[in-house]
Design a protein around this ligand. Structure first.
Ligand SMILES: [Zn+2]
Length: 244
């Protein structure tokens, strides 16, 4: 069985030779771009952590900027990488709208985010509360499908690794794993699964979120009623239905 590309190295390795890649909230760089000198890489972050000699080692241009207002032309990138960034930005809707604008039609958008409902992220937020936004799988897909025409190509869940437990917290890492293993076995539920999500979206023309607000009591068909406060007749089978 073959899978669609998802991971950053797959997306980059399978890109055209002169692909224009935007690394949004790049930090020290989401990938080792010295391996991909054939690409046109654009790096953006609020702080320059790349180091002054970075632009000599890699074919990349760093810009200090605001991801809510990207300093790039419309329809100008093939790929955008956004690796554990959207949980840190004050306006995630503005950011994904801007990414949608600057990507070319059919352009690819890689996103990774923590799942706010996971044990790993709950512990992380207690230790280092630098997340402005909390996403679940459903809330993030709804955000993307409501505000942009991005469509999901592939995704996976990324189990918890607690790799942020370093320094003074390092001694808690193994006891935590043992405790979680015991609890997981008692309740027959893996508490490490779905700590983070990886998504690959493609830029399409129209938003993908659709709505229904009623289902017929007789034939079961779903409908979007303009006035959902009134009793209604099913457009499919004619049955009388009462408003809930
Ligand atoms: Zn019906």
């Amino acid at each position: 069985m073959k899978y669609d590309d998802l991971f950053m190295h797959e997306i980059i390795e399978h890109s055209p030779d002169d692909a224009r890649v935007l690394d949004l909230g790049c930090g020290k760089g989401s990938l080792d771009y010295s391996r991909f000198m054939r690409l046109n890489v654009f790096l953006l972050d609020t702080v320059d952590r790349m180091g002054s000699d970075a632009s000599e080692k890699i074919r990349a241009r760093f810009v200090r900027g605001d991801s809510c207002e990207l300093p790039y032309r419309t329809d100008s990138f093939d790929i955008c990488l956004c690796n554990f960034v959207l949980e840190h930005v004050p306006g995630p809707v503005e950011v994904v709208r801007e990414v949608y604008r600057v990507l070319k039609p059919q352009g690819l958008f890689f996103v990774s985010i923590p799942n706010c409902g996971s044990i790993e992220d709950r512990i992380f937020r207690r230790l280092a509360s630098d997340h402005c936004n909390q996403f679940t799988f459903k809330s993030f897909i709804e955000l993307m499908y409501t505000h942009t025409g991005f469509k999901l190509v592939s995704f996976c869940n990324w189990p918890g690794g607690f790799n942020y437990l370093v320094g003074k917290y390092a001694k808690y890492q193994m006891p935590l794993f043992y405790a979680l293993r015991i609890i997981s076995r008692i309740f027959n539920r893996n508490l490490l699964t779905e700590s983070n999500y990886l998504f690959l979206f493609r830029k399409e023309e129209r938003a993908g979120l659709r709505f229904m607000n009623a289902a017929c009591r007789i034939c079961g068909s779903g409908h979007l009623l303009e006035d959902d406060g009134r009793n209604w007749s099913c457009p499919n089978c004619g049955a009388k239905n009462i408003a809930i």
